[in-house]
Design a protein around this ligand. Sequence first.
Ligand SMILES: *[C@@H]1O[C@H](CO)[C@@H](O)[C@H](O)[C@H]1NC(C)=O
Ligand SMILES: *[C@@H]1O[C@H](CO)[C@@H](O)[C@H](O)[C@H]1NC(C)=O
Ligand SMILES: CC(=O)N[C@H]1CO[C@H](CO)[C@@H](O)[C@@H]1O
Length: 365
Amino acid sequence: MAWGLVSMTLRGLLSVVILLSTATSTDGRDVHVTCVFSEDCVLPCSFLPGSEEVIHWMKPEDKDLTIHSYYYSTDQLKQQSQRFRGRTALFNDQIPKGNASLLLRGITLQDQGRYKCYTSTIKGNMESFINIAVEAPVRLVDIELSDDIITCSSTGIYPEPKLTWSSDPPSDLSFDPGTIQNSTSIKVDDRGLYDITSTKQFSRDRTNICTVTSGTVERTATLKQHDPVQGSPSSEVSILCSVSQSDLLTFDLTWRFNQIDTILTSTYTNSTSQMYVDDQWKDQVQSLSDSGSLQLHKLTMVHQGTYSCELSTARDTHLILTYLQITPDKLSDVSDGLSPGSITGIIIAAVIIAAVICYLLRGKL
Ligand SMILES: *[C@@H]1O[C@H](CO)[C@@H](O)[C@H](O)[C@H]1NC(C)=O
Ligand SMILES: *[C@@H]1O[C@H](CO)[C@@H](O)[C@H](O)[C@H]1NC(C)=O
Ligand SMILES: CC(=O)N[C@H]1CO[C@H](CO)[C@@H](O)[C@@H]1O
């Protein structure tokens, strides 16, 4: 016991001496790390390998709050702050190699800030600082059209996002009624993340583009409307889904009816695709072309409506709307074999007979 105390005191003195002699061990520059919200993050820290390692991870901004400690060759978590309980780990097999990096799980916005990594071995001690920024990148931008108003939205973003509207071909903003009537609103959810939504008058004659930007990440959603397509119960109809990106390898394609009912979904990976057709549409869907166009047949009046093709990649979402008008088939089999042609024939014959009668009657008078 007494010897242990003396040895620890000696070691303490020794480390003070070493601390004085290795004043250059802190290089004074913070390491910057960007962590992704809700994911795991590694806070890097390295030291000169040596035995009797002591590692302390702290948050100097919060009165040197203890995040994780390690000495006597094991984790020492009695002093650990509640906020970090169960969320931290060192790479124990790496410690002898001078790696004191800390794994922090389930990153939250409160984890932002400056961290201190203190290490000590028989060779000396070191301090380094790591600055953590947290990002919740824009993942998905949603776009929809209702009553000529386009709504563009995205949720769970950090830092605060920006949303801009544009069009292709570009329009003169001061004359485009769409950009005059825009409105954007931002909300903060209970995790501190931003939800953004914006509405704009639909520009019918061009591609409407919504771009959401946060930090270094930018995602877009586009919406355009094709000319209406005519169909009939006896014909086959092809609805195009042309997106001017031929280099796409991996994307998801979804066809919907009236923007709500899913007709089919298809996932393309390295030019092999997997398609799922909804049961309700099995009779109507004839095929899906390589370019994503939808071939339909056996249509009835209930299939009249708006067909939307949504093509999404990791970066962008493209929505193309096409209105399909169903016209009943020509009256070629009207009930009693009276085709429009035979009706015309009867009328012509009646007119001729009437004319002949008139002529005869006039001759008599
Ligand atoms: C420390 O170990 C972890 C886990 O193996 C690794 O990700 C990290 O790059 C290492 N850091 C250094 C500085 O070697
Ligand atoms: C797709 O191709 C890339 C390389 O071209 C390959 O690394 C990847 O494993 C492929 N993915 C699938 C699902 O085949
Ligand atoms: C006229 C108008 O309200 N314009 C607004 C459109 O939205 C942007 C933000 O996306 C605002 O900066 C404009 O003032």
